[in-house]
Design a protein around this ligand. Structure first.
Ligand code: INI
Length: 154
């Protein structure tokens, strides 16, 4: 028997945790994620956007969302672009490790829609142009994992 999540939403509440750093990209990721949720049946009043300063803050805010107990899934969105210093490595490592840690310790799905790219062009490609929209993909993942969690509990 294969058990897998379906792409359906049945009244659940979603939290998008969105980094304001590189806002012109993260707003596109948030648009993509919201579009995905609404087109799979989410109600607009059950999708909230929680803003944080940068990707480094995503794990802590995701933890606040999980601990608050008001949402059924969390979608973390950010854009980290390599610069001329090692700063990128630290922010990217902490954001990804932190989000993974929250995901593992949480009972609800926490998905990773954070761009980590070498160039601005690569980031633009992945936030709604030729490389798709990573926000849309992260929302899709949250929907599937939420449905899978329901099946494994039932
Ligand atoms: N935050 C990002 O979301 N993306 C970046 O590319 C980035 N860079 O390169 O500096 C970035 N830095 C800010 C960081 O996330 C924190 O907000 C800041 O360090 C305060 O804790």
């Amino acid at each position: 028997m294969i058990i897998e999540g379906q792409l359906r939403i049945d009244g659940q509440r979603f939290a998008l945790v969105v980094s304001r750093f590189n806002d012109f990209l993260t707003s596109k990721l948030a648009e993509g994620a919201t579009d995905c949720l609404l087109r799979h049946g989410a109600k607009e009043d059950k999708v909230d956007q929680i803003m944080v300063p940068g990707a480094f803050e995503l794990p802590q805010a995701a933890k606040m969302v999980v601990d608050g107990g008001r949402y059924d899934a969390v979608i973390c969105l950010g854009a980290i672009i390599r610069g001329g210093t090692p700063h990128f490595e630290f922010v990217a490592a902490e954001a990804s490790k932190g989000i993974a840690q929250i995901a593992l310790s949480s009972d609800i799905p926490v998905s990773f829609g954070v761009l980590t790219t070498d160039t601005l062009e690569q980031a633009i490609e992945r936030s709604g142009s030729k490389g798709g929209n990573k926000g849309w993909e992260a929302a899709m993942t949250a929907i599937e994992m939420l449905d899978l969690a329901g099946k494994l509990k039932a």
